[in-house]
Design a protein around this ligand. Sequence first.
Ligand SMILES: [Zn+2]
Ligand SMILES: [Zn+2]
Length: 349
Amino acid sequence: MKAYVLEEIGQLAYKDVPTPQLGDDEVLVEVVNAGICGSDIPRIFKTGTYHFPTIPGHEFAGIVRQAATEANKRFIGKNVGVFPLIPCMECEPCQDMAYEMCKSYNYLGSRTDGGFAEYVAVPVWNLIELPSEVSFEDAAMLEPTCVALHAVRQADMMEVRSAAVYGCGTIGMLVLQWLAAMGIENIYAVGTRKEQQELAAGLTTCTFCSCHEKNPVAYIREQTDGAGVDVVFECVGVSESINNAVSLVRAGGQVVFVGNPAGDITFDKQIYWKILRQQVAIYGTWNSSFTKEREDDWHMAVRAIRTGIIRPSAQITQRFSFDRLHDGLQVMQDKGVFTNKVMVGRELS
Ligand SMILES: [Zn+2]
Ligand SMILES: [Zn+2]
């Protein structure tokens, strides 16, 4: 089969490799769509995968083509999404079914071969069956969609009437979609580009604030009569945005830290005082819940996509055929080009 193999940092070779051999608990998934994650750029060009050679790509969906055992043959022909984290099933978080916090997990696309290939060996446990109304492009975005949902579910949303999302990348935009789907009346989005504003306007009824044009803290304070919003989702991960996120929240409000840190994070003293004196609740969030139950993030997301409440694929800004993955990676590194989600698609064999 054809695959993109990371042989060393910066060396992603498009080449013929053997189709994966299946373990007993695995099926062979033919990839139809694979999204390029923001994290794939440093993974491919800066930090590398956990070992080499590895096929990257952890956001993908496709069709089951082969099964190793008779019992798993029932999956053949099914359209599937894939939870990329393979938990150890033994550590404390795994015992509590909090697999996203597993202490020694395997991961499709960073620790073991992933979705930038024609075929991937996927444990049956990691599959989520797709209803026919869910497209492969939407399903290939289940992972970031669930990361966003998981972030929203960290906060107590029962009394929330106003929310701000700081940062309008893939996850920030998906958080906006979930907040709109929940019927939050006043949603503010803080971004940097006109194109983000247009995309957000097409998906939600949020008020957009460009931090190049206005001071987002002053603007949102003004819009909320000086009070600030009930909850803020910080989706950037640098000190400035984190300090601003805390500035934006009302007394007694909630802040969810979503963005992965680009470096050390420093709180201004007055911001730290605010957390104490105004009893601001701070939450962290990581990955998504996949317990195989109706209420986990993945099953909720599939239902929301199926009914059209959430439209992840509406965030796709560029599409490339499978043989042009390098062009997709290039476009994501070009700061002049607006991207939200770059999607690679294959014609079925
Ligand atoms: Zn990702
Ligand atoms: Zn574990």
